[in-house]
Design a protein around this ligand. Structure first.
Ligand SMILES: NC(=O)c1ccc[n+]([C@@H]2O[C@H](COP(=O)([O-])OP(=O)(O)OC[C@H]3O[C@@H](n4cnc5c(N)ncnc54)[C@H](O)[C@@H]3O)[C@@H](O)[C@H]2O)c1
Length: 250
């Protein structure tokens, strides 16, 4: 029985920020269920954690599929007997277009993956977290959810929704031992930035707005997520923690 080990579900675990989060949590002795569309990538991440001597498993699927969130919680319970931490990190960039030109199908997909996916994983995880009497949910939002982002309206609206979801859950769960916070990164080095859908002009204009004059690293996001997933945070819930190199002024 490995009941004394904390166990985390990390979505979008195969690449970028999610992969760095898995490594950071494993370095703290936390077991992991790695969830991603990318089956091979998620399996590789879980195998890396097992090599370090901790329980880990992977699940492949789309976070907007309600069955996946239920399966992930079952996998955590099967792995160590319970669930302690949910990191809702999976997300996708948008097909860039002004709102006036945005196809309904693309809008819906932005919301489904970037917002509904996080709702589904929160909903599935809450009973298991409450059963432990201790839990941490960290939702990955975005600076665009605070500010809006021209040519990425569906993505920005979804991330604003993640912030409202986080604030709502913070209030709903405030007396359960389950703490819910969000991080709002600005520009972080990852595959998302090199995808063809992410235009070079957008990258340059986002970079120009960061006072530190550089992109952030996935490991810098992972540090803050690990902090928010720990005992160190005990009187902050429903809050949004900025990772923007000095860009945020709110
Ligand atoms: N990179 C940035 O500048 C930046 C800025 C703000 C917020 N974010 C957010 O950070 C999170 C992680 O992004 P990243 O930068 O590491 O990007 P990334 O593309 O490197 O990683 C995203 C991961 O999510 C997975 N994924 C995508 N859609 C999925 C789905 N429907 N179901 C399951 N898995 C899915 C991908 O396969 C990938 O492994 C996302 O929520 C993103 O919106 C990133």
């Amino acid at each position: 029985m490995t009941d004394s080990i904390r166990t985390a579900i990390v979505t979008g675990a195969a690449n970028g920020i999610g992969s760095a989060v898995v490594d950071k949590l494993a370095s703290l002795g936390i077991a992991v269920v790695a969830v991603d569309l990318d089956a091979d990538g998620a399996a590789a991440v879980a195998s890396r954690v097992r090599d370090s001597g901790l329980p880990a498993t992977s699940l492949a699927g789309d976070v907007s599929d309600p069955a996946l969130s239920v399966a992930a919680v079952d996998a955590a319970v099967g792995l160590t007997g319970g669930l302690d931490i949910l990191v809702n990190n999976a997300g996708k960039g948008t097909v860039q277009a002004a709102i006036a030109d945005t196809e309904l199908e693309n809008w819906r997909r932005d919301i489904e993956v970037n917002l509904t996916g996080q709702f589904l994983f929160c909903r599935a995880a809450i009973p298991a977290l409450i059963a432990r009497g201790w839990g941490r949910i960290v939702n990955v939002a975005s600076a665009s959810g605070m500010e809006g982002l021209a040519l990425a309206g569906g993505y920005a609206a979804a991330k604003a929704g993640v912030i409202a979801l986080t604030k709502t859950l913070g209030k709903e769960l405030a007396q359960t031992g389950v703490i819910v916070n969000a991080v709002a990164p600005a520009l972080i080095r990852s595959e998302m930035l090199s995808r063809p859908t992410f235009r070079r002009e957008m990258l340059e204009s986002l970079l120009a707005r960061i006072p530190m004059g550089r992109v952030g690293e996935p490991s810098e996001v992972a540090e803050m997520i690990a902090f928010l997933a720990s005992d160190a945070v005990s009187f902050s819930t429903g809050a949004v923690f900025d990772l923007s190199g000095g860009r945020a002024t709110y």
